[in-house]
Write a protein that binds this ligand. Structure first.
Ligand SMILES: N[C@@H](CCC(=O)N[C@@H](CS)C(=O)NCC(=O)O)C(=O)O
Length: 427
């Protein structure tokens, strides 16, 4: 039997898994790519966006030309192709109950878990009472569900339905990212239920080994918040823009992805063939992280002493659509996203960029130190590189370029009266 189409997405992602589990349970053959990774963003090509304008995963490309996004819709479509699978019961009232639990899984568990995880990972502003409120809502729902599941194996009727697959994927997503052992202990029937579903012989292979977390990841505060204005010579160490430490949990992507991310493929980059350089970018990144940027003994002093002007170049990056920027924290997340998507070329580049100005009146700008004399082979790794312009800086020859470079690194850059509000580092 020929596959009914291709399901794009990462096999460890819970939304991908729920679509694939439905297809597998229904006995449908669907093509997948076991090596697919979301990490480098390479999947978000123009061609992909033409077919899937919502721009996220999973996405289904039917052999008959149907292009579909939204994991729930894809799963429903798969179930509709196999009416005899009983994934959706024929009785309208029972089917409505099934639908009720599908929505519950998405809206009460999946989405709320994602919001809480984004706060822990610094992808949404962290606010303790709000975080605890969202977590409390998730736990409240789970405790209600737990009572309902006390004497049940499946949520509706005596056989597995599509609602069980939706619930189990939302639950295992929560148990592998947010809801730790002490919280799970409050909902034993729900844990037992989720395990039963993901170990169902027909779909166990879609889930593989699911490892629940022991401890909820701690919130990782960004070390660099809004810069305080201290007199230059007395600038306290804490004022230095240290990189945000990577939280242990999935920082770069959503809570529900990369439960077991495969290593990105290591491909040889032409930049590896450049003549060996005396400037060690990794050393520089360490110096930058550990020292104040400006002043005697600072990282800029180290930089100028050690920089290899032939083997590396310095660039200015500017967002092209500053007029469209709204909240500065969102713009800062956007820079973070761009830097994240440069993962594939990270070892050839250092970057420091920020948002200058205020909400609804801001710009994104920054500096990159790139291996070689051309930034393009490095920045093109990010699918959204065209949203930025890149201009080579003449730091030795032009005082204004030097001033820009140093300001971008020290996070005290000022342009047209707009001051540095927040920034991101690419290290
Ligand atoms: N409601 C959508 C959510 C899809 C979604 O947020 N996908 C994430 C992964 S879980 C994604 O593709 N993120 C990367 C991006 O948006 O660039 C669904 O259920 O399919």
């Amino acid at each position: 039997m020929a596959p009914i189409g291709k399901l794009h997405g990462f096999s460890g992602n819970s939304r991908f898994r729920r679509a694939l589990a439905v297809a597998t349970y229904a006995g449908l053959e669907v093509e997948t790519d076991p090596n697919f990774t979301m990490k480098d963003g390479a999947w978000k090509t123009k061609e992909f966006l033409k077919k899937f304008p919502l721009g996220y995963l999973p996405a289904f490309e039917g052999a008959d030309g149907l292009n579909l996004q939204e994991s729930g819709a894809i799963a429903d479509y798969f179930a509709s192709l196999a009416p005899n699978s009983d994934l959706v019961p024929a009785d309208k009232e029972v089917a409505a109950e099934v639908r009720e639990w599908q929505y519950f899984a998405d809206q009460e568990i999946f989405i709320k878990t994602g919001v809480a995880m984004r706060m822990l990972n610094n992808r949404l502003p962290y606010n303790k009472p709000v975080f605890e409120g969202v977590l409390g809502e998730v736990m409240g729902r789970l405790e209600t569900l737990d009572k309902i599941l006390l004497k049940k194996t499946f949520i509706v009727g005596e056989r597995l339905t599509i609602a069980d697959i939706f619930l189990a994927t939302a639950l295992t997503n929560a148990f592998t990212s947010l809801i730790d052992a002490s919280l799970r202990a409050k909902v034993p029937n729900t844990v037992r239920y989720a395990n039963t579903v993901v170990r169902h012989p027909k779909i166990a292979k879609v889930f593989g080994k699911v490892e629940y977390i022991e401890k909820m990841p701690a919130f990782q505060a960004p070390t660099k918040a809004k810069k305080e204005k201290a007199p230059k010579e007395e600038k306290p160490k804490a004022d230095k823009p240290k990189a945000e430490k990577k939280p242990k949990a999935k920082e770069e992507e959503d809570a529900d992805i990369d439960l077991a991310p495969p290593e990105p493929k290591k491909e040889r980059n032409p930049l590896d063939d450049l003549p060996k350089s005396s400037f060690n970018l990794e050393d520089w990144k360490r110096q930058y992280s550990n020292l104040d940027t400006r002043g005697a003994g600072g990282s800029l002093e180290w930089f100028y002493k050690n920089f290899d002007w032939e083997g590396f170049s310095i660039w200015r990056m500017d967002f092209k659509y500053n007029d469209e920027l709204t909240m500065t924290f969102m713009s800062n997340n956007q820079i973070g996203g761009f830097f994240t998507r440069l993962e594939a070329t990270r070892k050839y580049v250092f970057g420091s960029a920020g948002v200058l100005g205020e909400n609804n009146n801001s710009i994104i700008t920054g500096a990159l130190v790139c291996r070689g004399q051309d930034a393009m082979p490095i920045v093109e790794a990010a699918p959204d590189y065209e949203s930025y312009s890149f201009t080579k800086l003449d730091v030795r020859g032009k005082p204004e370029d030097k001033e820009f470079f140093e300001g971008a690194l020290a996070w005290d850059l000022k342009i047209d009266g707009k001051e540095f509000v927040d920034g991101k580092l690419l290290k």
